[in-house]
Design a protein around this ligand. Structure first.
Ligand SMILES: Cc1cc2nc3c(=O)[nH]c(=O)nc-3n(C[C@H](O)[C@H](O)[C@H](O)COP(=O)(O)OP(=O)(O)OC[C@H]3O[C@@H](n4cnc5c(N)ncnc54)[C@H](O)[C@@H]3O)c2cc1C
Length: 574
């Protein structure tokens, strides 16, 4: 079946919805999502969205700018960071006007709380900057934007799994998707395509990410020769529920929770004397693993405690209801009575599809764009988060850059006309699916995925070494070969989730490869990328972005400059 729209958006998370609100003011918009729209991972976002409103104490966008640049270990592009922090205040007020029910101060202003790495006066003390809706901030924003999309006639194609993005002669002309219910192939042509397909935390075993966070569209674009930027930087959030990886928001520490080791010590005092438990995530995660490695886990085991027992019970009930429920359901713990066992969990991809500050996808080191192709949200790398994202900056990134991509799309509408997708592209996509269904091998996608996630976790998480990364790249080669032996039990067309898992697995392996090889190249430690064999940051050689190009012979690398406009890289002390 063929559909034609002015713009097609892949993904109904916050980036996709915010862009859809913008573009639908001027043209017809289709949003494709492999889930029910409001089941996107954005709905799970808990703790807050950052903006220097100064509602609870003095704050300034330039302090936010400084914190974001420093938090990202100076790898973020400062022109983009400045745009985001300056636009944050307008963004929050706009969201409020669109219907987001933010939590309030007693006098009725939007309430704000502390979050890791957010400080006043250039690092002197933590500041209340995260706007929140209890600990269901993502949920609140998602539903407001979804309603706005409905009001503006955005057309949703729910449970449509994108299997290809058509790029012909440097121009993106449309998208090919599989309708999950029927197994039918649909072709969407458009003047502009926005990729807003979210993160890929499922490449790791222990993760806070949803099952759908498999990075399919990054894999599709990598197969087409588009580079992926800074893939070595993957954030581990310090406080995942032990053994499960389910997230306990940083808002819990923002409200006064502290981390304790097996000796009952507040160990963050040693690692970040000024802001302690509210240091950036890369530092806190490394500190937790160091405590455990040195035998100071709880009872010598591999976890530490997040202690909320000293926080006023009323605050926990009012501002952290969701994570309290998680603790009760999954651990049998009431967080106001007993400490929570936690361990870092794979959380956020700093790397992704290279874009400029208006979401245009860039295909090389010198910044040439692909016509009609845009990306925003977690799948994109603008790059505002550099080597390590600060908490509450991702929701902000999705809505600020989702909107900007939407405006840039409006600018090109009715200029080139809607593209067409060649019959060969559609036949190729159909053939790829049929080949997978016909194969008779004995391997299972789920088994290979587990092996991938375990290998990534063991050899490429918080701490990395050359030897481990080399053995990982070998292991990934083996897993790739095994995918050729996958035989699907379900040969049917309707709701064939086994087929979808096999498609997702191919992309997960590509992303694993690009992460591992990029990590191997970068012989320094910066932000979330810690090389035990190269423990120092090396600005002489590595103050640059990695561009990893997937080729048949393995990844090939290019590099591009970091744009530093205001804050020179300095030692990162907290
Ligand atoms: C548990 C949790 C809590 C978080 N809390 C916070 C927080 O408090 N503050 C903060 O700033 N950040 C937070 N984050 C990070 C933030 O929520 C995400 O980075 C952000 O929501 C990503 O939004 P997105 O629009 O880019 O993608 P997502 O919301 O992940 O949406 C991706 C969309 O792409 C679609 N899609 C993907 N592949 C395909 C395909 N092949 N075909 C069709 N559709 C496809 C999906 O169906 C989905 O609609 C949190 C993250 C997690 C996991």
């Amino acid at each position: 079946m063929i559909h034609s729209f002015d713009a097609v958006i892949i993904g109904s998370g916050l980036a996709g919805l915010r862009a859809a609100v913008e573009v639908s003011r001027q043209g017809s918009v289709a949003v494709l999502t492999k889930l029910y729209p409001t089941r996107s991972h954005s709905t799970a976002a808990q703790g807050g969205i950052g903006a220097a409103l100064g509602n609870e104490e003095p704050d300034r966008p330039e302090w936010h700018f400084y914190d974001t640049a420093k938090g990202g270990d100076f790898l973020g592009d400062q022109d983009a960071i400045e745009v985001m922090c300056e636009d944050a205040i307008r963004t929050i007020i706009e969201l409020e006007h669109l219907g987001v029910p933010f939590s309030r101060t007693p006098e009725g202003k939007i309430a704000q709380r502390k979050f890791g790495g957010h400080t006043r006066e250039f690092g002197s003390a933590p500041v209340r900057r995260a706007c929140y809706s209890a600990d269901r901030t993502g949920h609140a924003i998602m539903f407001a934007l979804f309603e706005q999309c409905g009001r503006q006639g955005v057309q949703f194609f729910k449970e449509f799994h994108v299997i290809d993005i058509a790029i012909e002669k440097n121009r993106c002309t449309g998208v090919i998707a599989l309708e999950i219910l029927t197994g039918e192939i649909h072709l969407f042509t458009a003047e502009a395509v926005l990729v807003a397909s979210g993160g890929y935390g499922k490449v790791f075993k222990t993760t806070s990410n949803a099952h759908a966070s498999t990075g399919d569209c990054l894999g599709i674009l990598a197969d087409k020769g588009i580079p992926l930027e800074d893939m070595e930087f993957f954030q581990f959030h310090p406080t995942g529920l032990y053994g499960l990886g389910i997230l306990i928001t940083e808002g819990a520490r923002g409200e006064g929770g502290i981390l304790l080791n097996g000796k009952g010590e507040r160990f963050m005092e040693h690692y970040a004397p000024t802001i302690k438990d509210l240091a950036p995530r890369d530092m806190v995660s490394r500190a937790i693993i160091t405590e455990i490695r040195e035998g100071r886990g709880i009872d010598g085991r591999d976890y530490v405690h997040l202690d909320l027992t000293k926080v006023d019970k009323r605050i926990i009930e009012e501002r952290l209801p969701e994570i309290s429920t998680f603790c009760r359901i999954y651990m049998g713990i009431d967080p106001s009575m007993a400490p929570i066992p936690v361990l870092p969990t794979a959380h956020y991809a700093m790397g992704g599809i290279p874009t400029d500050i208006d979401g245009r996808v860039l295909k090389n080191e010198i910044g040439d764009a692909i016509e009609g192709l845009f990306a925003a949200g977690e799948c994109a790398c603008v790059s505002v988060h550099g080597a390590n994202r600060l908490g509450c900056n991702s929701l902000l990134d999705t809505v600020v850059f989702g909107r900007r991509a939407g405006i840039a799309i409006c600018d090109i509408l009715n200029k080139t006309g809607r593209g067409s997708v060649s019959k060969e592209s559609v036949d190729r996509a159909r053939e790829a699916i049929d080949t997978m269904l016909r194969r008779k091998g004995s391997e299972k996608a789920a088994v290979i995925r587990k092996a991938l996630q375990q290998a990534m976790m063991d050899k490429c998480s918080e701490f990395r070494t050359e030897n481990e990364l080399l053995s990982l790249t070998e292991a990934l080669k083996g897993l790739r070969e095994r995918t050729l032996e996958i035989g699907l039990k379900d040969k049917g067309k309707r709701f064939n989730t086994e087929l979808l898992e096999a498609l997702e697995l191919n992309h997960l392996i590509s992303l694993g490869e690009l992460i591992a090889h990029s990590a191997l190249q970068r012989t320094e430690s910066r932000g979330a990328h810690t090389r035990e064999d190269f423990p120092d940051r090396d600005d002489m050689n590595w103050l640059k972005h990695t561009l990893a190009f997937k080729t048949d012979k393995g990844p090939v690398f290019g590099y591009k400059e970091v744009r530093i406009t205001r804050f020179r890289p300095a030692e990162r002390k907290y």
